[in-house]
Design a protein around this ligand. Structure first.
Ligand SMILES: NC(=O)c1ccc[n+]([C@@H]2O[C@H](COP(=O)([O-])OP(=O)(O)OC[C@H]3O[C@@H](n4cnc5c(N)ncnc54)[C@H](OP(=O)(O)O)[C@@H]3O)[C@@H](O)[C@H]2O)c1
Length: 340
């Protein structure tokens, strides 16, 4: 009797039981394999050297707290020096209050560098500082990014009335403004991650026993959201860049982290000065602390593609394949967008 007829001759309840048992065995063995290759065996938590790009606020700041709390060496990057100084103080407090030992000799445990991650000179300066302090790097978190909140025609200065616009065509100034806003989005969401990768990949690969890079991308990079054309397309570009880099550099564990809306001030920095459309992101969004915890866990476990929440990410992907109209309807509702 072949496997198919053996399975078909069984009662449905015992078949479901067998399938569930197989699933449990697969999940358990994956967990065991991960434990065997546990990164902490190669890079103990209190030895880990972590650079976080975009840590003066938001998710990056919460990630810095997590690493500091378990005794890692942490370098926080952002452009606002005053905020960075506060993050360094917070991280030092976390470091000590969690009884992870005194500030270690041989290089600063926690420090900041004020820098723009799209600026080549700034990034080379960070690398030299990190090399001088720690002689290498284990974990790079690329978290900085910018938002953009308007439908593209609004960026060009057109008001929509169903099928027609006022003015009837985009003006030269309007098209130029669209180009300028696009350049800002490309700079913050694509050029920054690109410069980060080129600057740090050789250092990570050569100086760590278990090098890792985590890119904070967005669900918008995977499931198209109306009113977010520039944000979604520039985040999708950097996601694809890092997906290709993961293949080109198998010696480095890449994690692509894909959250839905997160609480915080991200939308106030919109490069198109657009208004927030979704319902109270600070009430309904993911909590920064939970996002940070999941980011650190994903790096520890060497996970490649992480959706948060899983159901929205994976469900959205499957929905796009089989029910694209439903996914588009949900996206229109979320962003309160109507094309009529
Ligand atoms: N918030 C959400 O709903 C959400 C959802 C999905 C994905 N994401 C992604 O999550 C990431 C972080 O979002 P967030 O909510 O934490 O935003 P946030 O609160 O605005 O924080 C952004 C951080 O990035 C830094 N930054 C921005 N541009 C920079 C530059 N050119 N050079 C250096 N640092 C820069 C900012 O610091 P300075 O201003 O001091 O430079 C700040 O520390 C972004 O990549 C975003 O696309 C956010």
């Amino acid at each position: 009797m072949d496997l198919l007829s053996a399975l078909s001759s069984r009662r449905p309840s015992s078949l479901i039981g067998t399938l569930l048992a197989c699933l449990a065995i697969i999940l358990l063995s994956r967990r065991l394999i991960r434990l065997r290759h546990s990164r902490s065996l190669k890079v103990p938590y209190n030895q880990e050297r972590v650079v976080i790009l975009g840590a003066s606020g938001g998710i990056g700041r919460a990630i810095a707290h997590k690493y500091a709390a378990r005794g890692a060496r942490v370098c926080v990057i952002g452009r606002r020096e005053v905020e960075l100084a506060k993050v360094v103080e917070e991280c030092r407090a976390f470091h000590l209050s969690h009884n992870t030992g005194a500030i270690r000799a041989g290089g600063s445990t926690i420090f900041s560098v004020a820098a723009d991650f799209t600026n080549v000179e700034d990034m080379v300066h960070i690398r030299s500082t990190v090399e001088a302090e720690w002689k290498g790097l284990d974990t790079l978190i690329v978290c900085a990014g910018v938002s953009a909140l308007c439908p593209l025609m609004e960026v060009a200065g057109l008001e929509r009335h169903g099928q027609t616009f006022t003015p009837a065509q985009a003006t030269m100034e309007g098209i130029q403004r669209t180009v300028n806003v696009t350049n800002a989005a490309v700079k913050g969401n694509y050029v920054g991650p690109l410069v980060s990768a080129v600057t740090f990949i050789p250092l990570l690969a050569s100086a760590s026993a278990s090098p890792s890079i985590l890119l904070v991308s967005s669900l918008a990079a995977v499931i198209p959201p109306p009113t977010r054309s520039l944000y979604a397309s520039t985040k999708a570009a950097s996601l694809m860049l890092y997906q290709v880099l993961a293949i080109e550099h198998p010696e480095i564990a890449f994690t692509h982290f894909i959250p839905s809306t997160v609480e915080g001030d991200f939308r106030t920095s919109a490069v198109d000065s657009g208004r927030v459309r979704e319902a109270e992101p600070n009430k309904h969004g993911l909590k920064r602390e939970a996002v940070a915890r999941r980011c650190v866990e994903a790096v520890d476990e060497g996970e490649r593609m992480v959706f948060m929440p899983v159901i929205l990410g994976r469900g959205g992907q499957i929905g796009q394949l089989f029910f694209p109209a439903v996914v588009e309807w949900i996206a229109r509702r979320k962003y309160r967008f109507s094309a009529i």
